[in-house]
Write a protein that binds this ligand. Structure first.
Ligand code: GLY
Length: 386
């Protein structure tokens, strides 16, 4: 679809200023829910809920990848807290996950370290935060397949996901902090490969690409959490909007900004006034109307994009994101303290086909929802990691 077509169908409206209190109230509700979690289960890192109660056993699908989100929530709350209570917990949780900086069994190093040590470094840079971020970025960069020019997933050396775009910011940051240009080149090469094989000409996106890991030759597309290989799993699409915006923020490469805008325009065109998407736009019979974590990710991504573009141009993404966050802040999605639901955002799905975290809360949904609230409340986009 062309960008003009999207513009014609633009349904964004100005922010109703009476909604301003809604965002602050949602931020406080999220803070109460997270305070209850870390008080009742200190030092644990759940990924999803079961019937609203946090699940503390091992992730049954992926190598555990969500510890950065709970830690990032603590840093976001610390940013609006004068007492030091949240800061103390944010540092402790960051320290608990530090050993993962050498974890070569996952492609989710950016998810682990950008919301945690990246936020710590942004507010109080030190040799220690610098060294952790450099080591984490180098670990991620070792997943690079030179022949195929991509970073591989934990699934197989021949696989890459659109999700990996969320894990190249840590490589750019390590390159920036260390002065090692090879790191920057690897991150950019991966982003260009993703743009070529995982972003379709019509502005939709693919979840997974497979290559021959020996020759680097592209073989096929696939999906794990989406409807099918040629459909659009919306959370993956949201990772793409955010990840290409991040790639642009580190490089200033217009190709990445164009791609982020194309993916964002597709999100707006396909989701429209519903604002919150289903798990996959192309599923003809979705089991659930909403996958709220995709909405939360895209809200924060659109606010980042709006800031990167500036006004005019960025304002339409900002207005859409405000409406989306307002919807997520309403009673259909936001869990209420005392209701027995332990997460923040309801109606998220982790892995539909595997029946893992289906129509539940997921930690990244809660994190990106609060990140979006934080961006709105602060009135400008946070450029973490610079
Ligand atoms: N593994 C990333 C996701 O489920 O979105």
């Amino acid at each position: 679809m062309s960008r003009d077509a999207v513009t014609e169908k633009d349904t964004t409206t100005s922010l109703d200023l009476s909604e301003a209190g809604l965002y602050g109230a949602a931020f406080e509700t999220a803070r109460d829910q997270v305070r209850a979690l870390i008080s009742q289960h200190p030092g644990t890192f759940p990924t999803f809920t079961d019937a609203g109660a946090w699940h503390f056993e091992e992730d049954p699908w992926a190598p555990t990848w969500s510890a950065g989100f709970l830690t990032g929530l603590l840093w976001l709350f610390a940013d609006r807290d004068e007492t030091g209570w949240w800061r103390e917990h944010a540092q402790r949780y960051s320290e608990l996950l530090e050993p993962r900086k050498r974890d070569d069994g996952t492609h989710d190093i950016g998810f682990l370290f950008t919301p945690s040590w990246g936020r710590w470094h942004a507010v109080a840079p030190s040799e220690r935060t610098r060294d952790v971020l450099i080591e984490a970025g180098r670990t991620m960069a070792r997943r690079f397949n030179e022949r195929g020019q991509y970073l591989s997933t934990w699934v197989h050396p021949g696989s890459t996901f659109i999700d990996v775009m969320m894990n190249i910011g840590i490589i750019y940051q390590a390159g920036h902090l260390s002065g090692d240009e090879t790191l920057t080149e690897i991150a950019t090469a991966h982003a260009l490969t993703t743009r070529r094989y995982l972003v379709r000409g019509d502005g939709t996106s693919v979840h997974e690409a497979w290559f021959d890991p020996e020759t680097g030759v592209f073989e096929r597309t696939a999906t794990h959490q989406g409807y099918r290989a040629d459909s659009s799993w919306v959370r993956g699409h949201a990772w793409g909007v955010y990840g290409f915006g991040t790639a642009y923020s580190w490089t200033g490469d217009a190709r990445f900004l164009d791609t982020a805008r194309l993916l964002a325009d597709t999100y707006v065109a396909r989701t429209g006034d519903r604002l919150v998407p289903p798990n996959d736009w192309d599923d003809p019979q979705p089991r659930f109307a909403y996958e709220s974590s995709a909405g939360a990710v895209v809200a924060s991504a659109l606010l980042q994009l709006a800031d990167l573009i500036g006004d005019p141009g960025g304002d339409r993404y900002r207005r859409y994101a405000y409406r989306l966050v307002a919807k997520l802040s309403g009673p259909d999605f936001l869990a209420q303290p005392g209701s027995g639901w332990e997460g923040v955002l309801r109606h998220a799905t982790y892995h539909l086909h595997n029946e893992v975290g289906v129509d539940e809360s997921v930690m990244w949904g809660d994190y990106y929802f609060v990140e979006a609230l934080h961006r709105i409340l602060r009135g400008r986009v946070a450029a973490i990691g610079s």
